[in-house]
Design a protein around this ligand. Structure first.
Ligand code: NAP
Length: 319
């Protein structure tokens, strides 16, 4: 099976590429910047130029491809509205995939998108889901919520750097998951016919709120967190303000998302069925405790080596 992976330079996409290559798939990555994607070539993937906001670049990259895994999403800093990529680019991609008779299309949506269709990013996902269901291509849709990798920048690094962590007083319970686990289910799904034309959630086995995560990071790092609470009303006002300008619309859309995550909602789903169908033991899913333990051990070891090198160079200078 020959795979085309879109969004391969992203947090999730790169893990999907790694897993697919490890499993022996032939992998082509659609990329818009060869320099940024050089590491994927070193891993053994083929790079091909394409850009979801330039429809003419799509059909040529589908030649010889049997399955598409689409892990792309607009970058918040791109100077255009997210719908250019997350709606129009994807609708065009699906049309081109139908014409190229692609045998499987894997799409990543957002958990609970149907409950919050008023949130622009959720709404774009719902429209793409709908188009995929209507398409002639066998598809699999996975609903995701937060990634463990995001927890590092949001909580672990500020704690290590003694910087403030901003949390809302009512934070949601979110079942974060390791992107390596999502990659494992995604690549496995390619060989599971029962997952054709189906939609499943891929989430961690436990839901966490901000305060639980901060407590865990404090325990594992041995450092106290500086917590600053942000009132929901400030989040709402900032969102309304950023909506006023074309160039801050993406920020506003992401703030709308943050607002939902701050309201004390529950982002969790049962993984029993998808684990059974995929023949993946739930015990194989990495826990947040193990993930962060591994992270902090690695960081502390590096810090110790750095301090040792610093002490040694000081001694050498004094000598
Ligand atoms: N992060 C989360 O917590 C989360 C939660 C729920 C669902 N999801 C979904 O999971 C998927 C992966 O998310 P992620 O956080 O891993 O994404 P990410 O790290 O932000 O990466 C986005 C990827 O999309 C590519 N991309 C952006 N604009 C493009 C364009 N015009 N043409 C082609 N490629 C383009 C980027 O390429 P460049 O390197 O060139 O910019 C990058 O590879 C997305 O569908 C996202 O909506 C994510």
């Amino acid at each position: 099976m020959s795979l085309l992976i879109i969004g391969a330079t992203g947090t999730l996409g790169r893990q999907v590429v790694r897993k697919a290559l490890d499993e022996g798939f032939s992998v082509t990555c659609l990329v818009r910047n060869f320099r940024r994607a050089a590491f994927l070539k070193e891993w053994g993937a083929v790079l091909i130029y394409g850009d979801l906001k330039k429809p003419e670049t799509i059909p040529p990259v589908l030649k010889g491809i049997t399955a598409i895994i689409d892990a792309s999403t607009a970058r918040p800093y791109d100077p255009y509205n997210a719908s250019v990529v997350d709606l129009y680019g994807k609708i065009y991609l699906i049309q081109a995939a139908e014409a190229a008779r692609i045998q499987r299309f894997i799409f990543f949506s957002i958990l609970n998108a149907n409950k919050y269709s008023e949130i622009p990013l959720m709404n774009l996902k719902l429209q793409v889901e709908k188009r995929l269901r209507k398409s002639t291509i066998p598809y699999t849709i996975f609903n995701l919520c937060g990634f463990y990798q995001g927890i590092i920048s949001q909580y672990s690094l500020p704690i290590l750097d003694q910087q403030s962590i901003w949390v809302s007083s009512e934070s949601s319970q979110i079942s974060y998951i390791d992107t390596q686990d999502i990659a494992k289910f995604t690549v496995r799904s390619l060989s599971v016919p029962d997952l054709e034309n189906k939609q499943y959630s891929l989430v961690g086995l436990k839901a966490w709120n901000s305060f639980d995560i901060i407590g865990l990071c404090e325990k594992l790092s041995g450092q106290r967190a500086k917590i600053s609470t942000i009132p929901l009303v400030i989040l709402q006002l900032t969102k309304d303000f950023t909506k006023l300008f074309e160039w801050t619309k993406n920020i506003s859309e992401r703030l709308a998302f943050t607002e939902i995550l701050s309201k004390g909602e529950n982002f969790y789903d049962d993984m029993t069925d998808i684990c059974t169908i995929s023949k993946i033991n739930p015990n194989e899913i990495t826990t947040l405790e193990d993930y962060l333990q591994e992270y902090f051990t690695r960081v502390m070891k590096k810090l110790k080596t750095l301090n040792y090198d610093l002490d040694k160079s000081k001694q050498d200078i004094n000598f």
